[in-house]
Design a protein around this ligand. Sequence first.
Ligand code: UDP
Length: 234
Amino acid sequence: MAKYKRILLKLSGEALAGPNKTGFDEATCIGVAKQVKQLVDAGIEVGIVTGGGNFWRGRTSENIDRTKADQIGMLATVMNCIYVSEIFRSVGIKTNVLTPFECGSFTKLFSKDRANKYFEKGMVVFFAGGTGHPYFSTDTATVLRAIEIEADVILSAKSIDGVYDSDPAVNPDAKKFDEISIEDVVNNRLGVIDLAAAVLCMENHMPMMIFGLNEENSIVNTVNGVTKGTLVTA
Ligand code: UDP
């Protein structure tokens, strides 16, 4: 299991909500925690970014100022990280939650040095609050943090099990890619990651595995190279 030294795991808000579609599905989160424990026990350093769409997206309201709407979205990711961090602790994982803005005593302020210090202590580090700026997404925050902490790979756990040439919910003949370059994702507008995040991935050669969170043991299987997700090369 020691293929990777340090990974960044992105859990989409949708995936955290499981069948509930909104809020948290505790069974799903406990399942994630048990898998991450196996990675930590195998000596792999794990950083986590969560989405926020299970509570709020900046585009949820057309009536309020976008900057304020995005701030609510960033706070939604803080709630998600505090929750998932506590679930991780309940299975015996040591954790810390970092944010790019002050949240009083709820979290600690992000810096690369602080993240490294926690990784060295065997902790799972949560990068909450996105980039701290509006008009960005947690996809961008994921790639940014992965580059900053020099992760080997991004593991993106979604409610869909990989990258398809069209939406499998709409097109029953949609074809899943085993591997695709980030350039092809962008050129074919496959929409698995937003453009700002894709460009960051491309420029900094950050590979990404996209896979379904619902599949049994999918996080561990992805790390072990036995997953049926999609490898996005960069
Ligand atoms: N968000 C933001 N800046 C960031 C990260 C997130 O403004 O760096 C906000 C944005 O409003 C987004 C919400 O937080 O819609 C939730 O993040 P997520 O990436 O899950 O949103 P989604 O991709 O589901 O819209």
